[in-house]
Design a protein around this ligand. Structure first.
Ligand SMILES: Cc1ncc(COP(=O)(O)O)c(C=O)c1O
Length: 374
């Protein structure tokens, strides 16, 4: 029995590669225990090399990266920002920081991500009736699986809406061989403790727009003008990642491909072992997800509670899928365009343990517990 915390099987715990401590030690030896230094430079280089993004900025969280993007794109009080409803609140909070107004768009069953048809319907409808257009779309690639991103990018371009990709969960996922996070005006990745790779907490903003990343760096370091004394013409934030934390990221980037490979193996093992009444999160044609979390649907939503409790008795973590934003009390007055898909997913879906250090036998044992509850 796994009775204590050390034995607990978590959804997606950190899994170090080996060089992280060395890079942290290097920073100590150089006394670069600061938000500047070699680890930061190397971590940002690694992100650029891996994703193909031209510019990257490491910051304290994925949320702060989204906030910087919105601020730099000029989103302000009263502006509308479209967003995936089937997401985590971290996608949305920054809209509120800027006093802008979120408008939620539902998912489709093909991807579980934002439905491009609904997006087109909303934007073309507004244009026809000469209504105010939204300034931006924050599009989430949920659970590491790519949205229908080429279509969505084209729609945003057609209607002049900035696309910000929330790739917090989808580092390494591709669509037509192009990395998630690199389709829009800006993209973000999260390195929170539960992500496919982690810096314990952190985020990266990427863009092909050099000015955007330069401005983001300026704002992330308290908007200090280039003087010896402290001169400020606008307000900024203390959002820059530390060189210590970046050392973890530098080590983790070295093993990202291995982690994706293992996440995908775990997903396939569940597919082999689980009762064939279970439905699995799809993968769009031409896309390869990172399978950050293996996510399943039951035919009968009542199974969720039963399975969560059965797994919990064995000290195994599992979670319902994200509760859509338009159902959150915080957004009871927010506008949305919904089709029932995300509500259905939330009502029938479960995230399974997907840690890359789990053994094949662990996956088998978890599957047997689930199967015994049908
Ligand atoms: C979809 C999504 N968006 C945004 C975030 C926010 O990232 P962070 O926790 O690094 O602020 C997360 C994860 O935490 C997430 O899963």
């Amino acid at each position: 029995m796994r009775e204590n915390i050390k034995d607990r099987i978590f959804l997606s715990p950190p899994h170090m590669g080996g060089n992280e401590l060395k890079y942290i030690k290097d920073a100590f030896e150089e006394n670069y225990i600061a938000p500047v230094g070699e680890n930061l430079n190397k971590f940002e280089e690694a992100i650029k090399n891996y994703t193909g993004a031209k510019y990257a900025l490491a910051v304290v969280s994925g949320t702060s990266a989204i906030h910087l993007a919105l601020r730099i794109l000029g989103i302000k009080d009263g502006d509308e920002v479209l967003a995936s409803t089937f997401t985590f609140i971290g996608s949305i909070n920054a809209i509120l920081y800027e006093k802008a107004i979120p408008f939620f768009i539902d998912s489709d069953y093909e991807s579980w991500n934002l439905d491009p048809n609904l997006l087109y319907q909303e934007l073309s409808g507004r244009k026809k009736s000469d209504k105010k257009m939204p300034k931006a779309l924050i599009l989430t690639h949920i659970y590491g699986q790519s949205a229908d991103i080429e279509n969505i990018t084209n729609i945003c371009n057609e209607f002049g809406v900035y696309l910000i990709e929330d790739s917090a969960e989808s580092l390494g996922a591709t669509f037509n061989k192009k990395q998630s996070g690199t389709f829009g005006k800006a993209g973000i990745y999260s390195f929170n403790g539960n992500k496919i790779i982690t810096t314990s907490g952190g985020g990266v903003l990427v863009s092909d727009d050099e000015t955007l990343i330069k401005e983001a760096k300026f704002l992330s370091t308290q908007a200090k003008e280039n003087h010896l004394h402290y001169e400020h013409k606008t307000y900024g934030y203390n959002y820059r990642m530390s060189n210590i934390v970046a050392g973890i990221g530098r080590g983790q980037m070295e093993i990202l491909s291995d982690r994706i490979k293992r996440k995908r193996e775990i997903f396939n093992l569940y597919k082999n072992y689980l009762n064939n009444e279970v439905e699995f999160m799809p993968e769009l044609e031409n896309s390869i997800g990172n399978r950050w979390l293996s996510a399943i649907l039951f035919k009968d939503g009542a199974l969720i509670d039963r399975v969560i409790k059965a797994l919990e008795r064995e000290n195994i973590e599992s979670r319902p899928l994200w509760k859509p934003m338009h159902l959150q009390p915080l957004f009871k007055d927010a506008k949305s365009l919904v089709n029932g898909v995300s509500e259905d997913l939330f009502g029938r879906g479960l995230c399974l343990p997907s840690g890359t250090s789990m053994s094949d036998d662990d996956v088998k044992m978890i599957s047997e517990i689930i199967n015994s509850n049908f």
